[in-house]
Design a protein around this ligand. Structure first.
Ligand code: HEM
Length: 244
């Protein structure tokens, strides 16, 4: 299994690392090259707990906003649409942040960033579940036949549903016990985060194309292309350096 502190010439990492590894104490990781880098993991250990708590609390903001707007009658003329769109957009935001962890770790050399990834990925799943539940409950009133018809008929729902099913698989296998149980298969499964990112953009794009409003899908699409493209470039560079 790959280490969080491995040099740039290693194969590119999946967006979600095995937590057992992510939580490995810095002192047991490979020795860093420079003395500045050597100080980084120790410093990370000091800031990591308060920052983790701050991120944990901040990630509730989108839900708190919806609840506050609901209580103060500010959800607009169509509250269901507001909640569906808000939870959908925040799912996408958390997916982008989760995918940004590896580039950030490798560009800065701060290995401790990886310790946020599981929490961020689980928040993406949390908002996706709220998003799907709003659709299932308030849009379709648990009419399974209607939902199955919708998934088959509307391409943007089809790809959104596919992304959600993959996210369920990642969330279900996120506990440490599952990482140990699945071994290498865990890493392969968690590479599907890239497919989830692509499907999420397609879902957003298709939905907005029908409304001739592609500004946001283009912005998020560009962010996703940059995040996935970065991985591809690193992977190709590593393969080439291995071949020589
Ligand atoms: C990873 C999974 C998903 C992501 C990232 C996602 C993301 C999004 C985004 C960004 C929007 C548009 C928000 C806006 O207008 O600003 C949206 C809308 C929507 N999504 Fe999803 N979605 C996902 C899964 C699903 C699933 C599983 C369903 C239902 C089966 C679904 C149904 C809808 C619906 C009905 C809308 C609103 C359409 C409208 O207002 O006309 N999404 N989603």
């Amino acid at each position: 299994m790959a280490s969080d502190t491995q040099p740039a010439a290693q194969p590119v990492q999946p967006a979600v690392q095995p937590p057992a590894q992510a939580a490995r104490p810095a002192s047991r990781a490979q020795p860093p090259a420079s003395s500045a880098a050597a100080r980084r993991p120790a410093a990370g250990a000091r800031w990591i707990v308060p920052v983790k708590i701050a991120v944990f609390i901040a990630a509730w903001y989108p839900l708190a906003r919806i609840v506050l707007f609901g209580l103060t009658d500010r959800l607009g003329a169509n509250p269901i649409e507001f909640i569906t769109r808000s939870t959908g957009l925040w799912t996408l935001v958390f997916l982008c942040i989760t995918l940004a962890v590896t580039p950030l770790r490798r560009l800065t050399g701060v290995a401790a960033f990886v310790r946020f990834r599981r929490m961020l990925g689980l928040y993406a799943f949390f908002y996706a579940t709220l998003h799907f539940t709003t659709y299932l409950w308030f849009d379709k009133w648990f009419d399974v036949a209607e939902i199955v018809k919708d998934i088959g008929k509307r391409p943007f729902i089809t790809v959104g549903f596919a992304a959600f099913v993959l996210l369920i698989a990642l969330a279900a296998t996120s506990p440490r016990a599952m990482v140990r149980k699945l071994g290498r298969r865990w890493q392969m499964l968690h590479r599907s985060i890239y497919a989830i990112g692509a499907l999420a953009i397609l879902h957003f794009w298709w939905m907005k194309a029908g409304k001739h409003d592609l500004i946001l899908p283009k912005i998020y699409g560009a962010i996703m292309v940059a995040l996935l493209g970065w991985r591809l470039v690193v992977w190709l560079r590593d393969r080439m350096s291995k071949a020589h």
